[in-house]
Design a protein around this ligand. Structure first.
Ligand SMILES: *Cc1c(COP(=O)(O)O)cnc(C)c1O
Length: 228
């Protein structure tokens, strides 16, 4: 626990420095702690430390941990992983934000999974910054069509864009492209201002390029335990 508190404080200090270095207010940034591979008890420890935004990249872990922590009513779960359409219902039940909407069929499935009385689901267009279609995310030429599809749905609220930096490119260059793609989404929906970018290795670069939502795992949670 003391280690966890220390790592969280260290990361938050580094986020603050990175923001101030480029003239941004750290208070505008949402730091999401990615808890994948860690147990729900870690989520509870993080909550005690004031963390309210947590993220998972696999539906089963999302569903399990959100159920295990259902008493923590002020937690916001973010789903950040590649999603199969047949998991849309489970994702919708567990998450308030889905960062990884990368195709019309998934948008439609998440929309269709709404139940009466559900709040709007915050949705981000995940954009593939690589040339490899297997990496997840819509190719840049598909951005507008997907944004329009989400914006036209009854129960999804288009919030902005999400991306993961490629492995074989300087993150700063990739995140600059992402900033341009974010502008194209704002041309569709002007208040879709979120940019979800930046992980343990590259959050300072992401902040410099305008990221609003950082997805940070191992720098805060420590080494991931082996996959169960
Ligand atoms: C695991 C993961 C993160 C966090 O990665 P770290 O390098 O541990 O900070 C962020 N985004 C996505 C999509 C992830 O799967």
């Amino acid at each position: 626990m003391p280690d966890l508190a220390q790592r969280l404080a260290d990361v938050d200090a580094r986020i603050g420095e990175a923001a101030r270095a480029v003239g941004r207010d750290p208070g505008e940034l949402t730091r999401i702690v990615v808890t994948k591979f860690h147990p729900a008890t870690l989520v509870r420890e993080l909550h005690v430390l004031g963390v309210r935004d947590v993220g998972e990249n696999r539906q089963q872990e999302l569903s399990g941990k959100s159920a295990d922590t259902a008493d923590l009513a002020d937690l916001t779960w973010h789903f950040i992983g590649q999603a199969q359409t047949n998991k849309a219902r489970a994702i919708r039940r567990a998450a308030r934000v889905v960062h990884s909407v990368d195709r019309a069929r998934l948008a439609d499935a998440l929309d269709a999974a709404a139940e009466p009385g559900d709040p709007m689901l915050d949705a981000l267009v995940q954009i593939n910054l690589t040339e490899d279609p297997g990496r997840g995310g819509v190719a840049p030429e598909g951005i507008e069509a997907l944004a329009e599809r989400i914006a036209a749905s009854d129960t999804l609220r288009l919030r902005g864009v999400m991306a993961v930096a490629p492995l074989d490119e300087q993150p700063a260059a990739a995140f600059e492209r992402l900033a341009g793609y974010a502008e194209r989404v704002r041309a569709v929906v002007p208040d879709a201002t979120w940019i979800s970018a930046g992980m343990t290795a590259d959050f300072a670069e992401a902040i410099a390029s305008g990221a609003t939502h950082l997805r940070i795992g191992s720098a805060i949670t420590g080494e991931r335990p082996p996959r169960a």
